[in-house]
Design a protein around this ligand. Structure first.
Ligand SMILES: Nc1ncnc2c1ncn2[C@@H]1O[C@H](COP(=O)(O)OP(=O)(O)OP(=O)(O)O)[C@@H](O)[C@H]1O
Ligand SMILES: [Mg+2]
Length: 382
């Protein structure tokens, strides 16, 4: 999804692909296959690049330091990125900045976990500090009696992160971009809806958010970016907690274009992908204004339909204003395979905008016209 932004600006994008079959290979002409965990592959790949960046957070920190020692211009740098790679490091950094964390502890055993739960109350959210995504690496421990079920997690990784389960009214995301020279720009705070730990829908801006909460969340994101030396785009995932602290708690950081920023592709003057490129190249950042009063992004996961294209006639006909982004990934149940963006003309109509975006996504995912879709061709009507 960064390729169109690079093309428009006349930049050549080179991608280190994990295999011939990953979707980036189809989108970018120069996509050699290599292993991001292998320093030799990284060094070979980095030769001649103006700047090196990431679309996931799992490149080992030590390798990033070696690349910098070899003269590679790495953004975001390892000292910033570690806060997105390791949730324990991130929690400690948020405490240091005196920004609002949920109650948390590093726990090294079932006994530690029980002690944390007894102190903060059950349920407890237990997280693998590294390697998680889409809710993998996150589990709810309901009671002291259930804590022993997590024994194998402690064998896989220790210490783990224990957090109090936050009673939030909604989840939010504050996105910001920052250049190496320290220019930063934030998008308005958005409302994100997760289903089974996976981002399902985003509403931009977060409607009816108290002004002071929105400002504080945006300021927190800018402050984190400045204090941690973040370069490129960062998403700060938040829990909205009316009446508690500043009205929000920080969940986690992502230092790259993020699912909660996909709405910017069609709903903001500058998309997060273009902004990321501008930021890491230390260019002036683009305007972050919305292109309408409300923008909805609806993800679609792999479902019954294996041949997504076969559903395009019905899907595209159902909503001409919708923008479909398909990732070219093999369809597997529960795998994110695309999203739909739709800009609304009135924030008061947000329910209808959400419904229309959802209808498009459902038709593609399920491969048939859904109830509520308006068939417009004679073939479908038949
Ligand atoms: N302390 C908490 N209290 C309540 N719910 C939580 C807590 N931590 C996580 N969750 C829920 O679990 C979801 C996934 O958690 P988290 O964002 O830490 O995991 P992840 O797998 O790294 O996510 P991502 O898909 O963003 O990479 C959150 O979006 C939220 O819905
Ligand atoms: Mg998350």
């Amino acid at each position: 999804m960064m390729a169109p932004a690079a093309t428009a600006l006349g930049f050549e994008l080179r991608v280190l692909a994990e295999g011939e079959d990953v979707s980036a290979v189809a989108a970018v002409a120069n996509a050699p296959v290599g292993d991001y965990k292998d320093l030799d592959h990284l060094l070979e790949f980095s030769r001649g690049l103006d700047v090196l960046t990431f679309d996931h957070e799992h490149v080992p920190t030590a390798h990033l330091r070696s690349l910098i020692d070899a003269g590679v211009n790495v953004h975001p740098g390892p000292d910033a990125l570690v806060n997105a790679q390791d949730k324990l490091v991130m929690r400690a950094a948020i405490d240091r900045l005196e920004l609002p964390n949920p109650r948390w502890a590093a726990v090294a055993s079932v006994a530690d976990l029980v002690a944390f739960g007894e102190e903060t109350g059950w349920p407890v959210v237990l997280k693998m500090p590294r390697g998680g995504y889409d809710g993998k690496g996150v589990r709810i421990v309901a009671s002291a009696g259930d804590a022993a079920d997590s024994a194998e997690w402690f064998e896989a990784m220790s210490p783990l992160l224990a957090e109090a389960k936050v009673e939030f009214s909604r989840e939010l995301s504050a996105m910001v971009a920052r250049t190496p020279d320290g220019e930063s720009r934030a998008w308005p705070v958005v409302h994100t809806i997760q289903v089974d730990g996976v981002c399902d829908e985003v509403i931009a801006p977060a409607l009816d958010i108290p002004f002071d909460v929105a400002v504080a969340a945006e300021n927190a994101a800018v402050r984190i970016a400045n204090e941690l030396g973040v370069t490129g785009v960062m998403a700060v995932e938040l829990f909205e907690t009316p009446g508690v602290g500043a009205g929000f708690l920080i969940n986690e950081l992502a230092m790259r274009p993020h699912n909660t920023g996909h709405w910017t592709q069609d709903g903001s003057v500058t998309s997060q992908f273009e902004q990321h490129l501008r930021a890491i190249l230390n260019l002036p950042l683009g305007a972050t204004d919305l292109l309408g009063p409300v923008v909805v992004m609806k993800n679609f996961l792999g479902g019954a339909n294996q041949d997504l294209y076969s559903a395009y006639p019905a899907a595209l006909a159902s909503e001409p204003a919708a923008k479909v982004h398909c990732y070219g990934k093999a369809v597997r149940p529960g795998r994110k395979i695309g999203h739909v963006n739709l800009v609304g003309t009135s924030a008061a109509d947000v329910d209808s905008v959400r419904q229309r975006a959802t209808t498009v996504a459902d038709i593609i995912r399920n491969g048939r016209a859904q109830a509520g879709a308006t068939p417009t061709t004679s073939e479908e009507t038949a």
